[in-house]
Each structure stands twice: as structure tokens, then as C-alpha cells.
Design a protein around this ligand. Structure first.
Ligand code: PSU
Ligand code: MN
Length: 287
């Protein structure tokens, strides 16, 4: 059996969670992956160099550093040529993971279509359309337009799998009322779908969505008014482009005095565990 790797992103460390929870989480996710018998590789750019796998000191540096560039697909060549530090988004991480031969990647939530801005479509969605990596996440945050996000994934031929669920999870909440393309209940089934996709010569990745563990779920009715308020504030501040997501994440955490943060940490850990199991199943079934 070849070694099972799990890629982890760094935008969630540098821009998605506050210090010190970001550092604790980054370390915890690596531990969880190792406990499942897989090898974690946190991906980032340091001084313009692509790093697939960070040391403990490097993780700490990224968690504390200010002004680290948020690196999506378009930013990769710029940050490298300019010798910058960069925290990679889902799109940036997928691209680098694939080049390093890593097939499975765990994160919290993917970017999507922003509410009220139909042209603010995260590069995460288009990366899923062209990079053959399994992305394990808790769906997308309700800060986004979830029906529009699913439509874009469909247009681009990206399979959306529900892991133990028939519904697309909405990050803090287990349900969204929106269906997935297929429910599966084992890591082997995910591996088989991925293998079939590769044998067909399809260029796409796939999205495996895992609901937040029940005991940490925040009901939709409770989080929705908070999200609406944060989205309104982002409008009032005139935020655009890549600044919107970090603002909303931080604001929601503030407004909920940390209970949304606890849900965020719980789902990240759960996703890392599921990703490790998928990666192991893949290395056993794929010959
Ligand atoms: N959603 C979360 N937490 C995050 C992100 C999204 O719940 O940390 C990060 C991911 O790195 C994702 C990025 O790839 O935000 C999307 O940003 P944008 O909308 O600018 O593409
Ligand atoms: Mn965006």
C-alpha cells in the first residue's frame, strides 16, 4: 500500500481563524490525520517558495504573521516571483496538492457565489472544475448564495457527494434543504467514485460534504440573522473581492461570541478525519 496523504490549506490559518485558535487547530488537524494512519501536508508559500508540508515553527510563523498574502490560483505566480509569504485558499491549495501528487484535501468550507454579487464567484469552484482533487468540507457557509454555488458546480461538472447526508450541509448547520448528487456512507464509496472519474479521463475534482457533528451544530434560524448583519456591514464598508470572506468569518465569530468558532473547529477536525479515511481507502483500492 502506498502512503496516504491529506493536504491541508493555510488561508484558514492566516485569515480564517483568530490566534491562538488558528495555531492550535492547525496542529490538531495534523494530529487527527496521523491518528487515522495518513500523512498530513499543510500547504503554503514561504518567501516565494512552495511548501508542501510545514514544520511546527513554520506553522507558528504563519499563525502569528500579519499581512500574509491570501493566495488563490491567480496569486500563485505573483507571490512566487515576488518572494512573498502566502496562505493558500482552497483553489491555491488544490492546484499545489495536485502537482505534488496528493489526491485528497480537507478544509472547513469552500468559497462560492457571494450573496447579491453574482460575479463574485470564488476561484475555488472553477478549480474544482479543472483539478482532480477530492475536497472534503462541511459545505459552504450560508454567507454565500448556496443555490447559486451548487448551480455553478453543476455547470462545471463537479460531483457533489453527501457523506452520510442527503442534503448539502451549510457549514454551521447540518442542512440547507438543497440536495447533493449522491449520498455515500463509506470512505471506500468516495474512493470508487474518484477512481471512476479518473478512468473516464474527466479533468474535474469532486466535493465531499460532511455535516458538522450534531453536538456542535448551530441551528439555521440562529445563525441566519447574524450572517445577514455581517453581509450588510460588508456592503456598508464597501468591501470587495478577496477581502469579503475574511471579514465575514471574523465578524460572525465576534457577533456570536465564539460559539460559531467552536462549531468551526469541530467541523474542521471531523473533515480531517474523514479525509484521512478516504485517502487510506484510495491508496488501498487504486492500483
Ligand atoms: N470558508 C470558510 N473558511 C475559510 C474560507 C472559506 O468557512 O477559511 C477560506 C478558504 O481558504 C477559501 C477562501 O478557499 O476562504 C475563499 O475565499 P474567496 O471567497 O475570496 O475565494
Ligand atoms: Mn470572492
Amino acid at each position: 500500500m502506498s502512503e496516504a496523504f491529506v493536504a491541508l490549506e493555510s488561508t484558514v490559518i492566516a485569515h480564517g481563524l483568530p490566534y491562538p485558535q488558528n495555531l492550535e487547530t492547525a496542529k490538531r488537524l495534523e494530529e487527527v490525520v496521523r491518528a487515522e494512519g495518513a500523512e498530513p501536508k499543510t500547504i503554503a508559500l514561504l518567501g516565494g517558495k512552495v511548501r508542501v508540508g510545514l514544520t511546527a515553527d513554520e506553522l507558528e510563523y504563519l499563525a502569528k504573521a500579519k499581512g500574509v498574502r491570501k493566495v488563490s490560483r491567480r496569486d500563485l505566480p505573483i507571490a512566487i516571483a515576488m518572494g512573498q509569504d502566502g496562505a493558500t485558499t482552497v483553489a491555491g491549495t488544490m492546484y499545489l496538492a495536485n502537482r505534488a501528487g496528493i489526491h485528497v484535501f480537507a478544509t472547513g468550507g469552500i468559497g462560492g457565489v457571494h450573496r447579491g454579487h453574482v460575479f463574485d464567484v470564488s476561484a475555488d469552484l472553477l478549480e474544482l472544475a479543472q483539478t482532480p482533487v477530492v475536497v472534503v468540507c462541511a459545505g459552504a457557509k450560508a454567507i454565500l448564495d448556496l443555490p447559486a454555488t451548487l448551480e455553478v458546480l453543476e455547470t462545471h461538472g463537479v460531483p457533489v457527494i453527501g457523506y452520510g447526508t442527503d442534503e448539502f450541509p451549510a457549514f454551521y448547520s447540518r442542512s440547507s434543504g438543497l440536495p447533493v448528487d449522491q449520498r455515500v456512507d463509506s470512505p471506500e464509496d468516495v474512493a470508487r467514485i474518484y477512481i471512476a472519474q479518473r478512468r473516464l479521463g474527466l479533468p474535474t475534482g469532486m466535493l465531499v460534504t460532511v455535516p458538522v457533528p450534531e453536538e456542535h451544530e448551530v441551528p439555521r434560524e440562529e445563525i441566519e440573522p447574524v450572517i445577514e448583519r455581517a453581509v450588510r456591514e460588508a456592503e456598508e464598508k464597501g468591501l470587495r473581492g478577496k477581502d469579503i470572506t475574511p471579514f465575514l468569518l471574523a465578524r460572525i465569530s465576534e457577533l456570536t461570541e465564539g460559539w460559531s468558532l467552536r462549531a468551526n473547529l469541530a467541523l474542521l477536525e471531523n473533515n480531517a478525519r474523514v479525509a484521512a479515511r478516504i485517502s487510506r481507502a484510495l491508496s488501498e483500492l487504486w492500483s
